[in-house]
Design a protein around this ligand. Structure first.
Ligand code: SF4
Length: 493
């Protein structure tokens, strides 16, 4: 039987495994000799989240409010920030004004940058693009920089599989983005703003352009925005690469370079867009800002659990009855979100095999855990996963999970920019191993091989894409190991 199992392909991979083990030993040896020569700031920096900035994650903004709330959702209509998420109403200026956009924006600006930053910090607003980093801390870096030509960059790249929230905002609520740019630009002292829109979002980019033209015509932005003397010019630039979800790759792309992540330092607030200090902000984070300022940090912190305040757009896809994007209160139980808005898992909750709670880059979660967990940054992190972009992708028991594994791991194969060896090699080896698992054309030791590769990939590269691959591979093995072993045995027999 053993002879059957050791097919020619499997033997080849085993040889590669041995080569990798040797390479690992060598690199460990090199690791012992090298550090003295290597300047600290030149070391490859592990960065688990593509969009996080410089500071310690445990820091919270000064003056942030707290909450003891313990029951979350469903969101009542009057607390909804995105009133036209489904495009049922007029998305242009007149319609947006009826829904409250641009209401007393001049008064908000006249309160001053200190007040705006104070409210952002008090509200505990966290990045909605995947990092979960406090906006008040991130924006403060740029605000403190004393330089002319600071640039605010809005990230509408949205390439993460399963994610389609920024697209809905661009399509149906573009004035929220423009107003958010004005208020955030005013708080950080930026006179220029670039909105980076994914190439494929052609209609959405057109809507944004039209909304911008309306805002310029009515004097809402420009040399004298809302007649407050504040200057802000906004342009739309388009591009297409998954990696532009990472902030330094996005800035490189805007500068006409290859969309490859940069080593840090220097950080973007020191040397960003053509050497001008800049900050990259997610679309949803920015679109939430005007309503949060108008209604106040106290209202914002009345929604969601402590340190995870406000509302959130959840994109639900995969094996659910009604895939949708919905705004809900932060920290609402995952199961309630799926059952209330997406009609539940196809075949009932018991038919749930696993799911990704925050897009393909976040670790997979089993059915038992998914039934209990609350959808926010901290609860998901405690459960071993991440909120990411809040793109819930459901896998039911009706499909072949190993095939899903293979497709999901193959996605990263085309996305690596090949700057870092572990990421480049992992993107070749992992899909090959997983395609063997689907057929069963492997030996059980190859499962350990995945673990060796995964550990080698963690925290060793410039950006978080490598860690995303490693996380995904690790969680797939963790959840489907018995199935892989059974498939290998079946093939051998
Ligand atoms: S090789 Fe991978 S980890 Fe390194 S910068 Fe490129 S995408 Fe990021």
């Amino acid at each position: 039987m053993l002879a059957k199992m050791l097919s020619q392909k499997a033997l080849g991979l085993l040889r590669q495994w041995q080569a990798l083990a040797n390479w690992r030993d060598l690199s460990q040896l090199r690791g012992k000799q090298a550090p003295k020569d290597q300047p600290k700031d030149q070391k490859p920096k592990g960065n688990a989240k593509p969009t996080t900035s410089t500071a310690d994650d445990s820091k919270v903004p000064e003056g942030m409010l707290s909450s003891t709330k313990s029951v979350f959702g469903p969101l009542v209509d009057c607390d909804r920030i995105f009133q036209n998420l489904y495009g049922r109403h007029d998305w242009r200026l007149q319609g947006a004004r009826k829904r409250g956009d641009w209401h007393r924006t001049a008064d908000l600006i006249k309160m001053g940058p200190d007040w705006i930053m104070g409210e952002v910090k008090r509200s505990g607003l966290r990045g909605r693009g995947g990092s979960g980093y406090y906006a008040g801390l991130k924006w403060e870096y740029l605000r403190k920089v004393q330089a002319k030509g600071k640039v605010l960059i809005v990230n509408c790249a949205e390439g993460e599989p399963g994610t389609c929230k920024d697209r809905e905002i661009l399509r149906h609520e573009p004035h929220k983005i423009i107003e958010g740019c004005l208020l955030a630009g005013c708080a950080m002292g930026c006179e220029r703003c670039i909105v980076y829109v994914r190439n494929r979002f052609y209609n959405e980019a057109c809507n944004l352009q039209l909304a911008l033209a309306e805002a310029y015509c009515c004097g809402l932005i420009g040399c004298n925005s809302c007649e407050t003397g504040v200057k802000l010019d906004i342009i739309v630039q388009r591009g297409d690469r998954y990696l532009t979800g990472e902030e330094t790759a996005l800035v490189n792309c805007l500068m006409g370079k290859l969309a490859r992540p940069r080593r840090r330092p220097p950080f973007l607030h020191e040397q960003g867009y053509f050497d001008h200090p800049c900050v990259v902000v997610n679309t949803e984070t920015l679109a939430v800002l005007p309503t949060m300022l108008r209604r106040g940090a106290v209202w914002f912190t009345s929604l969601g659990s402590d340190k995870n305040f406000g509302t959130k757009l959840f994109c639900i896809s995969g094996h659910v009855v009604n895939p949708c994007t919905v705004e809900e209160e932060m920290s609402m139980p995952l199961r309630n979100i799926i059952e209330r808005h997406a009609g539940g898992v196809c075949g009932g909750w018991d038919n749930l095999l696993a799911l990704w709670p925050g897009g393909l880059s976040t670790p997979l979660m089993g059915a038992a855990c998914a039934g209990q967990v609350l959808m926010d940054f901290d609860h998901l992190s405690a459960a071993g996963s991440e909120l990411g972009t809040a793109a819930i992708i459901v896998i039911s028991k009706d499909c072949d999970p190993l095939l899903v594994m293979q497709h999901s791991i193959e996605f990263f194969m085309d996305q690596t920019c090949k700057q870092c060896t572990p990421c480049r090699d992992g993107a070749i080896w992992l899909p090959e191993l997983f395609s063997n698992f689907v057929k069963g054309e492997a030996v059980p030791q190859m499962i350990e091989f995945v673990d060796i590769i995964r550990k080698k990939m963690e925290n060793s590269t410039i950006c978080g894409l490598c860690d995303s691959q490693a996380n995904l591979a690790g969680s797939l093995i963790q959840h489907f190991r018995p199935l892989i072993e059974a498939r290998i045995l079946e093939y051998a027999n």
